[in-house]
Design a protein around this ligand. Structure first.
Ligand code: PEP
Length: 249
């Protein structure tokens, strides 16, 4: 039985004070939800305030990226042990904005996932095709390359969560249809069965991300291979995010 996860990616929005306020409001709205894993990923600078605001609640706090090393001469980077020391429980890795703007590759995704899992945190690893790749009929090939290149060595970890995020649906208001999302999720689950084994495939959670809103979450979650969502824009508003978390009604 896969417990759904609804994770919010706040990207480069919210100061520490704003983050604390938003999480306090969110606690009031989702405090009684026990059948969904709720995670919020603010910017690095807001993590301590977010952690304090979420303390003694079921809301997990995560980072949006990390470095793969334990420490070292990597100006501007943040290591997983530093996130663990703060109390973070999750890290997003391989988001398409990291791939597009900051040179993230399948090889760096592989190293970052390894580091997150090695330090006991849950990793939300992202993959997904661009519009150009979809229109060229290459979606499944791209997903296979990304999964084999970045995720394959880590699939046996129960703390690895896959987030399928078609790049053309992120921040565009254009959501994949439930059928398009299901096709990709079923393909990924089949691939996990082939690369790891069928038990791993049955247990691994695959989230969808790309313009998820209260209005489309129910239809997406009705798909058999849908185990939750990674939510960008709509996660910044606690009442929208809470409605997504409470997709069961
Ligand atoms: C994201 O940032 O991972 C995302 C899915 O963004 P949005 O929901 O705004 O499309």
């Amino acid at each position: 039985m896969r417990v759904p996860m609804i994770a919010g990616n706040w990207k480069m929005y919210r100061t520490a004070r704003e983050a604390a306020q938003t999480i306090r409001t969110l606690r009031g709205l989702v405090g009684e939800v026990t059948d969904v894993d709720v995670v919020v990923c603010p910017p690095f600078t807001a993590l301590p305030a977010a952690l304090e605001a979420a303390s003694d609640s079921r809301i997990g706090i995560g980072a949006q990226d990390c470095h793969w090393g334990k420490e070292g001469a990597y100006t501007g980077e943040v290591a997983v042990p530093m996130l663990a020391d703060l109390g973070c429980s999750h890290v997003i890795v391989g988001h398409s904005e990291r791939r597009q703007f900051f040179g993230e590759t399948d090889a760096t995704v592989d190293r970052k996932i390894e580091a997150v899992l090695a330090h006991g945190l849950t990793c939300i690893g992202c993959l997904g095709e661009t519009l150009q790749e979809r229109e060229a009929g290459q979606t499944l090939q791209v997903l296979e390359r990304q999964l084999r290149g970045g995720f394959a060595r880590h699939l046996h970890s129960p703390r690895l969560v896959i987030a399928y995020e078609p790049v053309w649906a992120i921040g565009t208001g254009r959501t994949a249809t439930p059928a398009q999302a299901q096709e990709a999720h079923a393909f990924l689950r089949g691939l996990v069965a082939a690369v790891a084994d069928p038990d791993v495939a049955a247990a691994i959670r695959i989230l969808y991300g790309g313009s998820v809103k209260p209005e489309n979450i129910v239809a997406l979650m009705a798909q058999p291979d849908m185990d939750g969502a990674l939510v960008g824009g709509a996660s910044l508003d606690p009442s929208s995010f809470a409605r997504i978390v409470k997709f069961r009604g």
